[in-house]
Design a binder for this molecule. Sequence first.
Ligand code: 6PG
Length: 255
Amino acid sequence: KNRGELRIHESVDELRTDLADYVAELSEASVKERGVFAIALSGGSLVGLMGKLCEAPYNKTVDWSKWYIFWADERVVAKNHADSNYKLAKDGLLSKVPIIPSHVHSINDSVSAEEAADDYEFVIRQLVKTRLISVSETSDCPKFDLILLGLGPDGHIASLFPNHSVLNEREEWVTFITDSPKPPPERITFTLPVINSASNVAVVVTGDSKAESVHLAIDDIGSDCPIVPARMVQPASGKLVWFLDKLAASKLEDS
Ligand code: 6PG
C-alpha cells in the first residue's frame, strides 16, 4: 500500500502555510506545463485551512486567471444556502482573489441530486474532450491537476461514506447520494476512480477527532479493522499527500 507523503505539522498555522505553498507550487507547475490549473475542492474545514492563499504573497504570485475550479463533492442545496460548499469557497477564497467567474464550475442547484450529478459529469466530459482537464492514461477518467479532500471522523472523504454502495461505483465519474449520514442528506460526489486518477490528491486533516480515522486510513492494520473510505484513496499514477496537524497524527504508528 502506498501511504503517500505525510506532512505532519506542529501547529495548524504551520499546516496552513505549508498547504498554501503546496497549492501555489502545483498551480505554477500545472500552468507551466498545460497552461491551466484544474483544481477540485471539498467542503468542511478545508477551505478555511486554505485561507493563506488570499494573503500576500500568494494573492499576487498565483496566476488566478488560469484556475478552473470544481468540487469533489457538493451538497444539493441552493448556491446561497449556508450548507453549500460553493458558498463556503466563494466567501472564504474565491471572492478574495481574481478568479474568472466563468472558470468556476459549481453544480446546477435547481434540479434533483441525480440530475445534478449527471449534469456535473456532462460538464466535466466536455472539458476533458477539449483537454482543459487532462485525461488519465490508464482509465478514461479525468485527471484533475489537484483534488483536495477533508476527512470526517468516520473516515469519509468527499461524500463517500463508510459502507456505502457508491464506494463500488466504477463507471460513473460523478454520482449522488440521498442518505448522507452527515447532513444535509443529498449530495453529489466524485467517485473513487476519478479521485484516484488525479495527478495530485491532498487530504487535509486537523484535530484529534480524526486521529483514529487517520490511523485506519494510513497504517498497516489488521484484517479485522474496518476499511475506511479514505484508505481507498490510492492514486494510480498521481501523488498523494496528507497534511496533518499533531493531533490528527497522534494515533499513527510510526510517524
Ligand atoms: C462535505 C465535505 C466533506 C468534508 C469532511 C471533513 O461536504 O461535507 O466535502 O467530505 O471534507 O466531512 O469536514 P471537516 O473538515 O469540516 O471535518
